[in-house]
Design a protein around this ligand. Structure first.
Ligand SMILES: [Zn+2]
Length: 209
């Protein structure tokens, strides 16, 4: 049990270090792992100067940017030729791009913002946007995103190794005290009273344990 805890603490420490690296990186780059599901239905759209085919893609993503880790779900319609090359049959993909510090993505007038808030890196965003192509309209893009700050993940993953270190330090202090004939619990000198600690009441049996 104790060994398992030590092992999990070590893994947690590695995870903590990885999140810390990602945290620093998140101010420079936007990293995203996502999974796409391409729907088989295709829609012919006439934009006036030519027709093309749209297809719906649903995506779930886990991203890291600007001190936040975000879990997002998208549903969008894209050009089916582009979809075929980008996600042949759907599946996993990874992308990374440089963040532009001056770039502010403001929702346009045709974007319905359902929810948008962000407090200390905790946030929720929900957008719906409907595109219009020539005479046909009604292809909606939706985004639903929940974000957590990297510092919270660092804190959680640092907890198990911190507890393991505290336990180790306490065990070492107690062993050192009992070698020197001191009470393991409080450090009082027990050479005159070997049965029970007169200071804190810890019994001699407990001193050996
Ligand atoms: Zn004592």
């Amino acid at each position: 049990m104790r060994r398992l805890f030590t092992l999990l603490s070590a893994l947690s420490l590695l995870l903590c270090a990885a999140v810390a690296v990602l945290w620093v990186r998140s101010y420079q780059r936007f990293d995203l792992i996502d999974h796409a599901t391409v729907e088989p239905q295709r829609y012919q759209v006439d934009v006036g100067f030519g027709a093309f085919t749209l297809q719906r893609v649903r995506r779930v993503g886990l991203g890291s940017a600007r001190g936040r880790v975000c879990f997002s779900r998208y549903s969008e319609y894209g050009d089916s030729r582009r979809i075929r090359t980008e996600w042949p049959g759907g599946g996993w993909s990874y992308s990374t791009e440089r963040l532009d510090p001056d770039q502010i993505v403001a929702p346009g007038p045709d974007v319905a913002v359902g929810v948008e808030w962000d407090v200390l890196g905790f946030g929720r965003r929900h957008y719906t946007w409907t595109s219009a192509f020539g005479t046909s309209t009604g292809f909606t893009y939706t985004l639903d995103e929940t974000s957590l700050p990297h510092w919270l993940l660092c804190l959680f993953t640092a907890l198990p190794p911190a507890i393991a270190c505290a336990r180790f330090a306490r065990g070492r202090r107690r062993r050192r005290r009992s070698r020197r004939g001191l009470c393991r619990a409080c450090g009082y000198d027990l050479r005159a009273t070997p049965g029970r600690c007169p200071e804190c009441g810890t019994a001699a049996a407990a001193q050996k344990a």
